[in-house]
Design a protein around this ligand. Structure first.
Ligand SMILES: *Cc1c(COP(=O)(O)O)cnc(C)c1O
Length: 368
């Protein structure tokens, strides 16, 4: 048997640990487990979503509407764009994959930040492309420009707010960069934009404005984070039709399920719910800031629904993440990203109350 040689350069993506695994491995009861590892919305989805999914459950035997007419209409209205500007995927991850396959060939370069969403690298390597990274975890766009001149990348990834660091770019700074880089495909991944736009209007990027000014850019959004639909696998790309048409050639038929389409539509009809969860997110985020200050931990100012704590070298993030896991708190260790840090999704008030108690136990035990 022979496998494609590009696979030898690939690692399997390590997703956040599921609750089921912690139940099995540590014998902790499901109700005592706090999952803050994958940046899901801890308040869940709007009750309208649950209702919509129930009402449409009888449709499971029928293929979905492959034109995705209704959801495309709703998104077009929300963003003041046309359905021709949209492609909907099984998560924005699938749109990322289409982009890589549409653009990249063997030996092409892909430019991204030193520390950013892990799937950019995986999709690029799948196409036999090479990775070029900046030297700083923040998007230093002056350095990006120098690297663009030097390596002529076919794709440039911009993640704002960035995962797993939580920092976000000022719109004007990004736009300045985009004006000077007109040939590669630039993917602006805005998985957490709803949070950033709430916290600071200077970080807010409007997809219509973005693709109107920069025809080589695609904006990515998702329902997995603020909209609370991580389990439904649905996200979207917004770009000029010239780009969307090419991505469509790679899309498998019926790539998004009927119930996912229903859920996304219902979620869009209850923006009030989403905004309220975002408000609570930042209210609770402040407690994580205060906890870090009290414990003398460094953290990155976050424009998302997670916060990244950076540890001094004598405290191992892997050890801390494992100790929390044994107490039933699932967080994301960032050792594999080359950081001695953990990323914690901001939970509900009740979850966070317990997290601070358990976290303090871990830190106090460690320092002794
Ligand atoms: C979560 C996430 C995505 C995609 O999530 P999907 O569930 O595939 O829509 C994309 N980019 C970043 C930076 C993310 O954090």
């Amino acid at each position: 048997m022979k496998f494609n040689p590009t696979l030898s350069r690939l690692k399997t993506y390590e997703a956040g640990k599921p609750i089921e695994l912690v139940v099995r491995e540590f014998g902790i009861e499901e109700k005592d487990i706090i999952k803050l590892a994958s940046n899901e919305n801890p308040y869940g989805a709007s009750p309208k979503v649950i209702e919509g999914v129930h009402e449409n459950a009888h449709k499971v035997s029928i293929y979905p509407d492959d034109s995705m007419y209704e959801l495309k209409s709703a998104l077009s209205q929300k963003f003041n764009i046309f359905p021709e500007n949209l492609i909907i995927g099984a998560g924005s991850d699938q749109v990322l994959e289409f982009c890589a396959r549409a653009v990249l060939g063997e030996g092409d370069n892909v430019l991204m930040s030193k520390i950013t969403f892990a799937m950019y690298e995986i999709y690029a390597l799948q196409q036999g492309a090479n990775i070029v990274r900046s030297s700083c975890y923040r998007h230093d766009l002056d350095e990006f420009y120098d690297l663009y001149k030097k390596y002529n990348p076919a794709i440039i990834h911009i993640c704002t707010p960035n995962n797993p660091t939580g920092d976000a770019l000022d719109r004007d700074y990004l736009y300045q960069f985009l004006e000077d880089v007109t040939d590669p495909l630039i993917i602006v991944d805005c998985a957490y934009m709803e949070y950033a736009a709430y916290k600071d209007p200077k970080k807010s990027i409007d997809p219509k404005d973005l693709i109107g000014k920069f025809p080589n850019v695609i904006y990515l959004g998702t329902f997995s984070k603020a909209y609370g639909l991580g389990g439904m696998r649905i996200g979207y790309g917004i770009a000029q039709p010239r780009i969307i048409q090419e991505l469509y050639k790679l899309r498998p038929p019926f790539n998004v399920t009927t119930l996912s389409l229903v859920a996304a539509q219902a979620a869009l009809e209850d923006e009030k719910f989403v905004q309220e969860t975002i408000r609570k997110n930042f209210e609770q985020m402040e407690r994580y800031v205060q906890f870090a200050l009290r414990e003398g931990l460094e953290f990155i100012d976050s424009y998302t629904n997670f916060i990244t704590y950076l540890f001094p070298s004598h405290l191992s993030s892997r050890y801390i993440a494992e100790s929390l896991l044994k107490k039933g708190v699932i967080v994301r260790d960032l050792t594999s990203y080359g950081m001695n840090a953990i990323r914690i999704t901001i939970g509900t008030k009740e979850q966070n109350d317990r997290v601070f108690t358990l976290f303090k136990e871990v830190l106090d035990g460690y320092k002794k």
